[in-house]
Design a protein around this ligand. Structure first.
Ligand SMILES: Cc1cc2nc3c(=O)[nH]c(=O)nc-3n(C[C@H](O)[C@H](O)[C@H](O)COP(=O)(O)O)c2cc1C
Length: 243
């Protein structure tokens, strides 16, 4: 912070606005076709780039897909996703560059994951046996949930695991800044398996690995999927106070 900037007290209007942008962010899974001006996207990326990174390495790289480039990627990945449904053996051809999720799920994470998944599917009226509906809902990821802007975020493979932490901070900045400007987002690891389609499509170098994708746009307030709210553990559950 600039030393001359006055420090906000906890309940100042500025603090309340920051809190509101953070707590008002949610993963949105239905967007309006309304385009996002390029100047605004540039502004959001500029704000997000104030994220800290180890020794200021700024490892993130962002590909912004709109229009024909977005639609062509959606087509390619939806086709691959459908092909895997028809022939599950094909899944072996689509490996993610890093394990976003654990290879072996244990409690309490598996419990939270299940609660999250079944709550969302419950809201959408998708039952446990509804494989077609599940596939279609999963496929919504590969349409960026109809958002007009799709982002693909990469880092250089040569960087360490810390760069994933740094890039996470960049992504969070981006999502919070978007919220403050009336936009919404959904970070998407669902794309990671399809890196071998995505990276050549966006023109990424062989040295790059896909961190995740992100849908960005104006939320569709009429779609019930956007009423989905996720719980959080209380502070006392994840904090140990040492005096
Ligand atoms: C890196 C990352 C990847 C995610 N990938 C997906 C995804 O592929 N599809 C999806 O619908 N949600 C995805 N999510 C959203 C999470 O499910 C969501 O953040 C979590 O359930 C908490 O809900 P909230 O974002 O509404 O607070 C992802 C979140 C993060 C941080």
């Amino acid at each position: 912070m600039n030393p001359s900037t006055p420090v906000d007290t906890a309940h100042s209007p500025a603090a309340a606005q920051v809190d509101a942008a953070i707590t008002g962010r949610q993963s949105v899974r239905a967007f309006l076709p309304k385009p996002v001006p390029r100047e605004l996207l540039t502004h959001l990326l500029e704000v997000a780039s104030r994220a800290p990174s180890g020794t200021n390495t700024q490892p993130w790289k962002v590909y912004v897909l709109q229009g024909a480039s977005r639609d062509a990627l959606v087509h390619k990945v939806c086709s691959a996703h459908d092909a895997i449904r028809d022939n599950p053996a094909l899944a072996a051809e689509y490996q993610e560059a890093y394990d976003y999720y654990p290879k072996q799920w244990v409690s309490p994470y598996i419990d939270r994951r299940r609660e999250n998944g079944w709550s969302l599917y419950g809201l959408l009226g998708i039952g446990k046996g509804d494989k077609d509906k599940m596939h279609a809902q999963h496929q919504r990821n590969y349409k960026f949930f109809d958002a007009p802007v799709g982002l693909m975020v990469t880092i250089d493979k040569i960087m360490g695991g810390g760069s994933l932490v740094d890039t996470g901070m960049f992504l969070q900045n981006l999502m919070v800044a978007a919220r403050a400007h009336g936009l919404d987002t959904c970070p998407q690891a669902a794309w990671n398996h399809y890196a071998r389609i995505i990276l050549p499509h966006v023109g990424a170098g062989d040295n790059e690995m896909l961190v995740c994708g992100m849908a960005l746009g104006y939320a569709d307030p009429a779609d019930k999927v956007n009423t989905f709210r996720t719980p959080r553990e209380p502070v006392a559950q994840f904090t140990t106070w040492l005096d």
